[in-house]
Write a protein that binds this ligand. Sequence first.
Ligand code: PGA
Length: 256
Amino acid sequence: MRKKIVAGNWKMNLTPDQGASLVKDILKEKLELKYNQLVVVCPPFTGIDSISKLLEDNEGTKVQLGSQNISEKNSGAYTGEVSAEMLTSLNVRYAIVGHSERRQLFNESNELLHKKVDAVLASKMIPIFCCGEPLEVREANEQNDYVKKQLEESLFHLNADIVSSSLIIAYEPIWAIGTGKTASADQAEEMHAFIRSLLEEKWGSDAAENVSILYGGSVKPDNAPELFGKENVDGGLIGGAALSADSFLGIIQAMN
Ligand code: PGA
C-alpha cells in the first residue's frame, strides 16, 4: 500500500542553525502521523549532520531525512560531489533526483539521472524522482509525451520489485514551481493518473499501486487539502512553504 508523503525541499536556504531550529519547531508539534504517513525534510548538505542528530534524539518520530541531490559516483576525484555512502552514514534515507532546477540550471540529463537513481537504490535509499514539463510544452499540450520520456529514459530499466518497494515520483510542472501558480487539482490528478497508467503498463498494477506520486509546485496549506484529496495525488514535494514550521505543519495536516 502506498504512503502519503509530505517532503520539504529547502533548496539553497537555511544555515545549519536555522535548519535545526526549524526542525525543532516541527518536532515540538508531536506529529501524530498515521502508519501510512511520512514526513521528509531535505536540507542543504551542510544541514544534514545536525538534523540527523536531532532526529536520532527524537526516536519514534516519523520525520526522515532526504538529500536534494546525490552523486552518481561512489567515491574518488569528483570535487564538490557527495556520495550515497556519505549520506547513508548520516541516516539519509531519501534522495531527490532530477529536480527541475538540477535539470535546467545544472544540465542534468535523463541519462545522468538514470545513473543517479541506480546509485541511490544501490545504497538502499529511496529516490524521489522528479519529472515535469516547462510552460511551452504545457501550452502545446505535449506534457504527457514529455513526462513519459523522462520516466522511460531514467526509470524504465528498473525491475518491478524495486519499483514497488523503493520508488517515489514527484510530478512538478516547471511553470508552477516558485511562481505561486499551482496546477489545478484536476490538472495534477490528470497527470498523476497518466503517470500511474505508465507504471502499470510497464510493471503491472501491483507495482503501480505501491508508488507514491507527489505533486510539487506552489503547494501551500490552503491548496494542499484539495490537491491531496485527489485519488492519485499521494502528497507533496514542498519548496517555499517548507521553510516555515507553520506552513509546513499546515501542509502535513492536509494528509489527513
Ligand atoms: P515551491 O517549490 O513549493 O516553492 O513551488 C517546489 C519544488 O521546487 O520542489
